[in-house]
Design a binder for this molecule. Structure first.
Ligand code: CA
Length: 334
């Protein structure tokens, strides 16, 4: 039986990893001179360099400390809502500014990579509303030097959450006595992903949601075996140029009622209506009513950005103290 289970796990993992998305020309070996099959340079200066991590070729871009440019891949068919580990090698001779990396829907500014090749890997949840067909972008923003990239890979990932006392909690979640707290783990290894993330099409940049026209993020708050008795959400708009954040709430993900809105920079605190409780599940939608399009274009900062999202609920059951965590399973490291 044990052998059968092991075989089954291997088959499942094999299917999972075999479904990884193909990066076009991932080591940049195909192409002549500074031309790279499957990739285009947004603006000079950029080049193919022979100082590669593997093979004979790597891509490079150079900044003067005040500019931005990048290599953009052909669009990749990410699975809507799919969870991915994106890995690559990078090096640079820069001391300031940042390399920009990853798919357009989840950019990560990694700062200036070191002088020797360094391996990076980051998690990204693909948009689950609308199209998830998007390119990869590797380049620089305000870098004062040259950054090089090689051996880019995309693998499907699975999230594994902390389990204790019959409760499953991911990164950013905890139960303290009779309070459940979720602080979306934007600044850690999870990036835009979290256990409560239900659906989204808003962009993500390093540590914040980027909202433009029709962008939405929906969280579903559910704690196994516990009823929620009251709840408050807090969202911090850390960047604002236009549009309006509209928050709505639902118990079934179908019927929504208004919760509050904000059209300015600052912290929005909303106490949920008492008639919603007790509740097993609470859905929160954060949606942009905005005049400015966002997402598909290069470093479009959008209409506003959400720098933090927190949900607190008083819950039924025995007082306890559990801190959640998330790790990601994917195919092996290089
Ligand atoms: Ca190469």
């Amino acid at each position: 039986m044990k052998r059968m289970c092991s075989t089954l796990v291997c088959v499942l993992l094999g299917a999972l990893f075999a479904s990884g998305q193909e990066v076009p020309n991932p080591s940049f070996e195909v192409g002549q001179g500074d031309a790279v099959a499957g990739w285009t340079l947004s603006a000079p200066p950029g080049a193919v360099v022979s100082d590669a991590h593997s093979g004979q070729r790597a891509i490079a871009v150079t900044g003067d400390g005040d500019s931005t440019n990048h290599w953009l891949s052909e669009p990749i068919n990410f699975n809507p809502g799919g969870l991915y580990a994106i890995s690559y090698w990078a090096k640079s001779d820069a001391a300031a500014g940042t390399a920009v990396t990853g798919p357009l829907f989840a950019n990560v500014d990694i700062g200036a990579p070191p002088a020797e090749w360094k391996y990076y890997r980051q998690i990204a949840a693909a948009p689950s509303i609308g199209s998830a067909r998007q390119p990869l972008r590797f380049g620089q923003w305000h870098l004062n030097g040259t950054v090089m990239f090689d051996d880019i890979a995309i693998q499907r990932a699975e999230a594994v959450y902390h389990q204790e006392q019959g409760v499953v909690l991911g990164e950013g979640e905890k139960i303290s006595v009779n309070e459940y707290i979720f602080l979306a783990p934007f600044t850690g290894h999870c990036r835009n992903h979290s256990r409560p993330l239900y659906r989204h099409n808003a962009g993500f940049n390093t540590n914040r949601w980027v909202f433009g026209q029709d962008a939405e993020v929906v969280y579903c708050h559910e704690i196994a075996g516990r009823e929620q008795l009251a709840a408050t959400l807090t969202a911090n708009i850390g960047y604002y140029v236009g549009g309006k954040l509209v928050a709505t709430v639902s118990k079934d993900g179908q019927n929504w009622q208004p919760l509050g809105e904000q059209a300015d920079k600052g912290v929005l605190v909303l106490e949920l209506p008492k008639e919603l409780f007790p509740a097993q599940r609470i859905f929160i939608s954060l949606k942009a009513e905005a005049s400015k399009k966002v997402g598909a274009a290069d470093s479009d900062p959008g209409s506003f950005q959400i720098h933090s999202y927190e949900y607190r609920a008083s819950i039924s059951g025995s007082p306890t103290d559990i801190t959640g965590s998330t790790r990601y399973v994917h195919s092996s490291e290089p």
